[in-house]
Design a protein. Structure first.
Ligand SMILES: [Zn+2]
Length: 247
């Protein structure tokens, strides 16, 4: 079993210029075939750019390389798009689920609150990151609720795959945002998505992180300090992270 780390959307800061980051998607080999955790941009996003992506082009530097589409990277790893039967989403922002139409055979696993935030009327500014056409192909959804179970002390819901995977609610960045924990041969990987800044670093004042990413970053850093054997990743990682490819 291995986990491949894919950069499915490079997004660099205008200043400082050495802030070069990619959007982390996981390809996890499971008993039900390769499972994607988030998709990055989809192929159509490169052709018909969404308005939110155009805003990103103004405020950041986005090279927009279509080779970064998850479906192309999955092909490089030897899989057909239809081999991907399951996709787990941390949340449904355009840069995390734009690739859903490229995997029309996949069932989408997401927290019910996130799906409802996506499908309902926009209520807050982070809802502007949702792009309706990303589910225009009407994929099948499995929606998760809190079940009272927990993973390493955090409220979590078990996902139906082996090795074990858990959906860990970290609401705030979006109304139903979750992290995803994956059991690996060397221990747990805890992908916290956009609930914390890149690689859990402290680059901005706490209030700003709270507004943009929700309230969890301090608690997640404490969790990391208390569980040094759990490897933690974030929805956006420095570009050099991706050079390792797989775990
Ligand atoms: Zn996001």
């Amino acid at each position: 079993m291995s986990i491949h780390f894919l950069n499915c959307f490079t997004c660099n800061a205008r200043a400082p210029l050495d802030w070069r980051s990619g959007t982390l998607c996981l390809l996890v080999e499971t008993d039900q075939g390769p499972v994607l955790v988030d998709t990055g941009l989809g192929q159509d996003d490169y052709i018909h750019q969404t308005s939110i992506l155009r805003i990103f082009q103004v405020i950041t530097i986005v090279p927009l390389n279509p080779q970064e589409a998850a479906v192309r990277q999955v092909a490089h790893l030897g899989y057909q798009p239809e081999d991907v039967r399951h996709i787990v989403l941390t949340h449904m922002h355009f840069d995390h689920c734009g690739g859903l139409p490229d995997f029309p055979h996949a069932t989408i696993h997401v927290h019910r609150r996130e799906y409802e935030a996506f499908a309902g009327r926009p209520r807050r500014w982070t809802d502007l990151g949702y792009v309706r056409r990303h589910i225009a192909h009407q994929p099948e959804f499995v929606l998760y609720d809190d079940t009272g179970s927990s993973w390493l002390g955090l409220t979590a819901t078990r996902l139906p795959f082996e090795p074990a995977m858990w959906l860990v609610p970290l609401f705030g960045h979006t109304r139903g945002h979750c992290g995803v924990a994956v059991q690996t041969e060397s221990g747990w990987l805890f992908h916290v998505g956009d609930a914390a800044p890149i690689d859990l670093g402290e680059y901005a004042p706490g209030w700003l992180v709270r507004v943009a990413l929700g309230p969890h970053a301090p608690r997640l850093r404490e969790f990391g300090a208390a569980h040094t054997r759990v490897r933690m990743t974030t929805g956006h990682m420095w570009l050099d992270f991706f050079e390792q490819g797989a775990e």
